[in-house]
Design a binder for this molecule. Structure first.
Ligand SMILES: Cc1ncc(COP(=O)(O)O)c(C=O)c1O
Length: 431
């Protein structure tokens, strides 16, 4: 019989076998997971408020997803859609196109990772406009491929040592009232880019996240999104909404763009689309999506049948379990808890986010100076008590909450208790 696995042994093996560039947050190793709970190889239980970085909105191993994958396993696991197609890809494209915001006819193509979806959205926008340039935003995150990194508006750790990046990518500041950047500042900066760096008629697309994920859960204000749409319409530029992190009920709508009265031309989707299976996509205006020549889009594993089967189940679960409504209810409870704690925890500078895409930002008490140490301490203390939290933000001073929307009420209550303790303990430690 094999000896039981130990976290410390695995950590030593990991350090010897894998490069440090694959940074790993936890020093314990997953053995199994169920809905919002995860157990390590030594049997310790954690409440998972990371959900595989926003991938498990429908929880770990939802029985319907497991069943859908199992049924697909019994049929075939891979044919390469571009060689031998299958109905489930087509019907998933039909469903996503029908449900994505926008009244125009739409088409959807599937890929594997979020970064790949972003790459393909840019390719499609270039093919459709015949223009090269792309405008992105500070604090934005769009993946770890070369174009993904070029678009990402955060240097450390993503870009260090990896350049040169693809050219013709420009950054404008993303609005951030807490850090003194208004919507006007941001929109005016795009005008400056057109004067100083790139003529508007060379710009293929503007890409933005409706709520910045890695950048700190910063929601795009409605007047900002409207302003982007106006700029795009004026100059024949395509608007790409990167919904990789915001999608699939996280914000209280199936897609975050449903919160706005603005329609994007293209949208990237991934993460919770397939509940833990690798699947991404680009959905958008049919005429734009058809701009790429046959063979220009795809990939060997793009739209893998097991992942597609999982995605069908995800869409059903979101409807059957009313996960958009649940996101709002759970998010409201968390926000209320954090708002109450504000009175006693002076480091809490802001509590924000739509639906269950909630974050708390920490600053040094009485200032607007980011307090990354405090965020880290809250994360560490919560982890000591078995609650897995993620930190984000350009300054690393934001804790974001990405619990499965299927989380059991008692597990959610337990997590809020741990969170409160972690925040209150910090008062003692910081005082
Ligand atoms: C908004 C956004 N776009 C793109 C990506 C890249 O996705 P992936 O890591 O699957 O390549 C991410 C990942 O966090 C993301 O949050």
């Amino acid at each position: 019989m094999n000896a039981p696995l130990k976290n410390a042994d695995l950590q030593a093996r990991k350090n010897a076998a894998t490069p440090r560039g694959v940074g790993v947050m936890c020093d314990f190793y997953a053995a199994r997971a169920e809905n919002a709970e995860l157990w390590d190889v030594e049997g310790r239980r954690f409440i998972d408020f990371a959900a595989g970085i926003a991938v498990c909105n429908t929880g770990h191993r939802h029985p319907k997803i497991v069943e859908a994958i199992r049924a697909q396993l019994d049929c075939f696991t891979h044919t390469a859609y571009q060689i031998v197609p299958y109905e489930s890809y087509v019907s998933l494209a039909e469903k996503i196109s029908a449900r994505a915001p926008g009244r125009h006819p739409k088409k959807t193509a599937f890929f594997t990772t979020g970064a790949e979806a972003v790459e393909n959205a840019v390719k499609i926008a270039r093919a459709a406009t015949g223009r090269p340039a792309v405008i992105a935003f500070t604090g934005g995150f769009h993946g770890r491929t070369l174009m993904g990194m070029a678009l990402t508006g955060k240097v450390a750790p993503y870009k260090i040592g990896f350049g040169p990046f693809p050219s013709d990518v420009y950054h404008a500041p993303f609005p951030n009232p807490l850090h003194g950047l208004s919507v006007d500042d941001s929109l005016r900066a795009i005008g400056h880019l057109f004067k100083a760096d790139v003529e508007a008629k060379r710009v293929a697309a503007i890409i933005f996240e409706p709520v910045q994920g890695e950048g700190g859960f910063n929601p795009a204000p409605p007047e900002f999104v409207r302003g982007l749409r106006d700029i795009c319409d004026e100059h024949g530029i395509l608007l790409i909404a990167d919904e990789v992190q915001t999608g699939f009920a996280r914000t209280g709508k199936l897609f975050a763009m449903e919160h706005y009265d603005v329609q994007p031309d293209l949208m990237t989707i991934a993460k919770s689309l397939a509940g833990g299976m690798p699947l991404s996509g680009v959905v958008g205006r049919a005429d734009v999506m058809d701009a790429a020549a046959p063979g220009g889009l795809g990939g060997t594993y793009a739209g893998n049948p097991l992942a597609v089967a999982a995605a069908h189940a995800v869409l059903d679960i979101i409807d059957e379990e009313a996960l958009c409504e649940r996101a709002v209810a759970l998010g409201d409870r968390l926000k209320a808890k954090l708002d109450t704690l504000k009175r006693d925890v002076p480091h809490i500078a802001d509590v924000r986010g739509p639906g269950a895409m909630i974050a708390v930002e920490f600053c040094k008490p009485g200032t607007r100076e980011a307090d990354a140490d405090y965020a880290k301490r809250v994360q560490t203390r919560a982890l000591e008590r078995g609650l897995l939290l993620l930190v984000c933000g350009v300054y690393g001073n934001v804790v974001r909450f990405l619990f499965p929307l299927t989380i059991q009420q008692e597990v959610f209550d337990e997590a809020l208790g741990i969170l409160e303790d972690a925040l209150r303990d910090k008062i003692g430690a910081a005082a």
